[in-house]
Design a protein around this ligand. Structure first.
Ligand SMILES: NC(=O)c1ccc[n+]([C@@H]2O[C@H](COP(=O)([O-])OP(=O)(O)OC[C@H]3O[C@@H](n4cnc5c(N)ncnc54)[C@H](OP(=O)(O)O)[C@@H]3O)[C@@H](O)[C@H]2O)c1
Length: 436
């Protein structure tokens, strides 16, 4: 099988190292088929550390590889939901080649149409590496749980966010401090917004949800909030209450049959299996009618870990055991909720930065009562020593509220934000104690 590889970055170079350096082993795994790296393309032809590509033709135009009749299969490891990545995948499928990609953004935006194109062409579009790196969650959903009805998918799908939250929990400092350290250590991008604002997790969740429930990939129906507003102090308060804060990606089918998809920082009970998933590790918990609960955990990123999943797809295609994946754009077995938060009910953690004067708590309680939200417990703390995050003269008040409907919680938060006694809008995080 003659493989054309577009992209020689973190994942592409790791893949190329295996294809040129581990040929015999891979040939055995591929049922005797030789996986030959027949052409590569990248933005520049610079040397890649530990990779000798002198015997592999470098092709400046990636589309020439996609259209080359001498190439059997194209691997796209460029990234981005539009531009050259999309063009390459489309061109290769149109040229009658199967494609392997790790590109979650591309799939989240265009997955349904690209999978339909692959199916029309009778070819495979494989993407094990696009969700949770080395963890074979696509295979588990598509093959291992083929006979199950899924109830819920919960994931920790972004290593950068999980690393930042874990570091704050370990006392490594404020959000800004741990982010700067993570950027230096290579665990966060120089522009970390796709990760910390929750979009990367949302891309992956949109893919998993479509596979789990049988609806088209619908990124626009994922409610997304990231972790920027979470402070080290919130993590400490949550720990005092018996919770860890995690950025969770959750898709579940409600009693009304609708699938709700959301990415949110949440308080998770300390004893929940996902609460102990730390640093850059990813994990996915699946709840299915026959299989029950399944927990998958492992490296969610990194060159070798992600190349492992790309290679698994290549081997599957070479031996002919890769089944076309359909995400039911024509006959969906589930419908997604356009407003996934509308009917959510739950307990919440609130942190309010208030002026330290009499009557403040009564004003806060009054707002909550007006929205039929009752307070379960309250913690008032002395002013925090981090005066940058918590400017002088205000104190944090932490509330836990009883179960309430999301629209009421949103309305109450909006009204609280207008109180003159509040220094900043309240932080509200859902408490996910029903995920066992
Ligand atoms: N890194 C991970 O741990 C990880 C994990 C899971 C999934 N993924 C996904 O895997 C894909 C690749 O990620 P990565 O981290 O390997 O990215 P990367 O290190 O940024 O590498 C991107 C590669 O694409 C090449 N490229 C960029 N624009 C190009 C163009 N117009 N034409 C041809 N080549 C072009 C770059 O060329 P130059 O080298 O010449 O600049 C580089 O080799 C992405 O979709 C990403 O989301 C990555």
């Amino acid at each position: 099988m003659r493989v054309g590889l577009i992209g020689l970055g973190t994942v592409g170079a790791a893949l190329a190292r295996q294809l040129v350096g581990n040929t015999t082993f891979l040939q055995q795994r591929a049922g005797g088929n030789l996986l030959t790296l027949a052409a590569v393309s990248a933005r520049s032809q610079k040397p890649r550390p530990g990779l000798d590509l002198t015997s592999v033709p470098f092709v400046a135009d990636p589309l020439a590889i996609a259209r080359d009749p001498q190439i059997d299969l194209v691997v796209e490891l460029v990234g981005g939901h539009d531009g050259i990545a999309k063009q390459v995948v489309e061109a290769a499928l149109h040229a009658g080649k199967s494609v392997v990609t790790a590109n979650k953004a591309l799939l989240a935006y265009h997955g349904s149409e690209l999978l339909a194109l692959a199916s029309k062409q009778g070819k495979i579009l494989a993407f094990e590496a696009a969700v949770a790196g080395a963890i074979p969650v696509i295979k588990v959903l598509h093959e291992g749980l083929a006979a199950n009805q899924l109830h819920r998918v919960v994931g920790i799908l972004n290593g950068t966010c999980n690393y930042l939250l874990t570091q704050m929990q370990a006392g490594a400092g404020s959000f800004d401090h741990v982010l700067a350290a993570a950027q230096q250590a290579g665990y966060a991008e120089s522009d970390p917004s796709t990760d910390i604002d929750g979009h990367d997790s949302a891309h992956k969740l949109a893919i998993l949800s479509a596979l789990a429930f049988g609806h088209p990939i619908t990124l626009s129906a994922v409610a997304i909030s990231g972790i920027r507003a979470v402070t080290a102090q919130d993590i400490t308060y949550a720990a005092e209450l018996g919770y860890h804060i995690k950025l969770l990606a959750i898709a579940e089918r409600g009693d009304d049959g609708l699938v709700r998809q959301r990415v949110q920082p949440c308080l998770l009970p300390r004893q929940h299996p996902l609460a102990g998933v730390d640093n850059v590790t990813n994990a996915v918990q699946l709840k299915a009618n026959l299989a029950g609960q399944i927990l998958l955990e492992g490296p969610g990123a990194g060159g070798d870990a992600t190349a492992s999943a790309v290679l698994a797809d290549l081997v599957d295609i070479a031996v002919g055991r890769c089944q076309p994946i359909s995400v039911a754009s024509t006959h969906p077995s589930a419908v997604v909720a356009d407003n996934p938060l509308e009917k959510l009910v739950g307990r919440c953690y609130w942190r309010l930065q208030v002026v330290d004067q009499p009557g403040v708590l009564a004003a806060v309680a009054g707002v909550l009562a007006r929205h039929q939200i009752s307070i379960e417990s309250l913690l008032q703390r002395a002013g925090h020593p981090d005066t940058q995050t918590f400017p002088n003269g205000n104190v944090p008040v932490v509330l836990i509220t009883h179960r309430a409907l999301e629209p009421a919680l949103v309305a109450a938060a909006d009204e609280l934000a207008k109180l003159p006694q509040l220094h900043q809008p309240p932080l509200r995080l859902r408490i996910e104690d029903g995920l066992a």
